[in-house]
Structure formats: structure tokens, C-alpha cells
Design a protein around this ligand. Structure first.
Ligand code: PBG
Length: 334
């Protein structure tokens, strides 16, 4: 790339291709578009409720009716995919995530309502137990140990309930081994052959999930940490192995999470497997940028667009981001 065919300075002047916006647009290698955005939203029981989440400025927990309205607004803006997450009433939490399997739980009811209003919207629901367990873990816990296979047996039931409610995409975010294959088989057996699995394939044990855990009310509950199932931030080859396993088990789309600190993983996954690869710009990434912008330390709009474009440059096909509606408004202006 840097060898002979290229002229050198002063013949070569890379700045020539940067003189005006017109030429900069022509030589741009990556582009962010409305088609790249998935909007995670938070749900809460009630009617007409929009409860602000202090550690996620500008993000509210929405009651099901407000979630429908928000989804419709997103759709009108051109954001055609949402990912709803529930704040579960603490009284409904227990050690075995019973409420996760309730076909009339908050998330299932909301998905039904959104599906009715927007038949074509992509509705992507998390498969994991952390919103439902009194210990805050994604799986079942016995004497301080996460039980892999017992968790998978229940996760498949959660996935089928979500699909029955109208979720066209289920996204296991729990990081148990073998869950993608088990979920695929259970969906197929229940007649949901067309429901796709978006695997949180390379999900790291990250400090950047803090505000999300406030939003779903799992932070206070969480006993210990998630390092026995989420990946070690030190590892990169292991991400390829996780992705390979999930693809072999039938994942339709894979995801890397968090985003900005793991752009190298996005790049490696995309280059190695050449399959649809999504990235999650997680709550802590959003909160950092918002907080700095609110203090006047960063130009919020600019860094938002820069991080989103960075995901595209790294090779991501789509991005889960709390910025989705805000970014959509800017993209619509061209
Ligand atoms: C839970 C889940 C988490 C996120 C998405 N699904 C948190 C966690 O694993 O603790 C994080 C998203 C974010 O921080 O925005 N299974």
C-alpha cells in the first residue's frame, strides 16, 4: 500500500482530496445512514409514563403506550429497528427468573402492542435473565456459581415467549455456552423458523454497562460480577472462537459489545467471517459523551456522529445506540 505506485511529496499532496466538502464526500470510504441504526428503549409498567434515567441523560423508561408512541416516532424518522428492555418490578424478581417466562410480562405485552402498530418494524428482544433475577445475574445461580445448562433450558422458553409475542429477532445476551443452538432448535420446534437469532457473540465483562443496570434496576441487585460468563477484555482470538461457535449453532447475525473500546474486535470479526456484524454502543459510552457535552467539554453532536461513523469504518453493519433518534434527525438533514 505504501510502496512504489504512489507518488511522493511534493507531487503527492493528500490534502488535495480534502479541499472542499464536495470532494471529501466523493472520497469518503465509510458512510453512516438511517439504515444502520437500532434503538434500545427501556420499559416500565404504567400508562403515560416517561421516567428519566439520571445516568442516561435524555433516555426515559417508557410505559407500554409511550413505547408504542416512541416506536412510531422512530419509524417516522427512518429508524426501523428497536430493542426493548424491561425495568421489572422488584416484587416480581426471584432466584429463577420466573417472570422472564411469563408470556404476559411487561416486555411481551409491549412487543405485542408495538407489533400491532408497526407490523414491519424489527423488534429485537434480549434473551437473558438479569432484568428478572433477584441476584441480578443473567443466569441461574447456585452457591455463587452460574449454572450453564440449567440456564439454557429456561432461556429457550424465554426466547419462544418473545417470539410468540411478536419479536422477529431474539438476541441472547447471557453468554451461556450452547444457548444459540438450543434457542434455534426451540424456535423451530415452536414454528418460529423465521425468527432470527442475533447473538451477542463477543460480549465483554465491561464497566461500561453501569447506566444500563440502573435503567433496568439490576445494579443494586447484582451480587458479584459477570466475569465467569462474559469475556475478558484482554482477549481477541477468543472473540473469534465465540463467533465461530455461535455461527455453527445457527446465529443469523453476530454482535460485538461494548463498541468503542472494542473496534478492533469488530474489524477482526467482520474480516474473518464476512457475516452480518452488529455493534452495541452501550450505556456507559452514551453517558460519557452526554455528560461531557452537557458540561460543554465536547461538541455532543459531533462526537456522537464521529463514534457512529467509527463503527462503520471498523466494519459494523448496524449499530445499537441510544443516540438513534438524535442521529437520525441529523442524517435526515443530509
Ligand atoms: C444484559 C444486558 C446488558 C446489556 C444489554 N443486555 C448488561 C449486562 O450484561 O450487564 C448492556 C447494554 C448497555 O450497557 O447499554 N444481559
Amino acid at each position: 500500500m505504501t510502496g512504489l505506485p504512489f507518488a511522493r511529496y511534493p507531487t503527492a499532496r493528500p490534502r488535495r482530496n480534502r479541499t472542499h466538502d464536495s470532494v471529501r464526500r466523493l472520497v469518503a470510504e465509510s458512510r453512516l445512514s438511517l439504515d444502520d441504526l437500532i434503538w434500545p428503549i427501556f420499559l416500565v409498567e404504567g400508562q403515560g409514563r416517561r421516567d428519566p434515567i439520571p445516568s442516561l441523560p435524555g433516555v426515559d423508561r417508557l410505559s407500554p403506550d409511550e413505547a408504542v408512541a416512541a416506536a412510531q416516532e422512530a419509524w417516522a424518522l427512518g429508524v426501523k429497528a428497536i430493542a426493548p428492555f424491561p425495568f421489572t418490578d422488584p416484587a416480581l424478581k426471584d432466584g429463577t427468573a420466573t417472570e422472564a417466562l411469563n408470556p404476559d410480562n411487561l416486555v411481551c405485552r409491549s412487543v405485542r402492542a408495538i407489533r400491532k402498530a408497526l407490523p414491519e418494524m424489527m423488534i429485537c428482544c434480549d434473551v437473558a435473565f438479569d432484568p428478572y433475577t433477584d441476584h441480578g445475574h443473567d443466569g441461574l445461580l447456585l452457591d455463587g456459581i452460574i449454572l450453564n445448562d440449567e440456564t439454557v433450558d429456561l432461556l429457550v422458553r424465554q426466547a419462544v415467549a418473545l417470539a410468540a409475542a411478536g419479536s422477529d429477532t431474539v438476541a441472547p445476551s447471557d453468554m451461556m455456552d450452547g444457548r444459540v443452538g438450543a434457542i434455534r432448535a426451540a424456535l423451530d420446534a415452536a414454528g418460529h423458523q423465521d425468527v432470527r437469532v442475533l447473538a451477542y457473540a463477543a460480549k465483554y465483562a465491561s464497566g461500561f454497562y453501569g447506566p444500563f443496570r440502573d435503567a433496568i434496576g439490576s445494579k443494586a441487585a447484582l451480587v458479584g460480577d459477570k466475569r465467569t460468563y462474559q469475556m475478558d477484555p484482554a482477549n481477541s482470538d477468543e472473540a473469534l472462537r465465540e463467533v465461530a461457535l455461535d455461527l455453527a449453532e445457527g446465529a443469523d447475525i453476530v454482535m460485538v459489545k461494548p463498541g468503542t473500546p472494542y473496534l478492533d474486535i469488530v474489524r477482526r470479526v467482520k474480516e474473518t467471517f464476512r457475516v452480518p456484524t452488529f455493534v452495541y454502543q452501550v450505556s456507559g459510552e452514551y453517558a460519557m459523551l452526554k455528560a461531557a457535552a452537557q458540561n460543554g467539554w465536547l461538541d455532543g453532536e459531533r462526537v456522537m456522529m464521529e463514534t457512529l461513523l467509527g463503527f462503520k469504518r471498523a466494519g459494523a453493519d448496524a449499530i445499537l445506540t441510544y443516540f438513534a433518534p438524535e442521529a437520525a434527525k441529523i442524517l435526515r438533514k443530509g
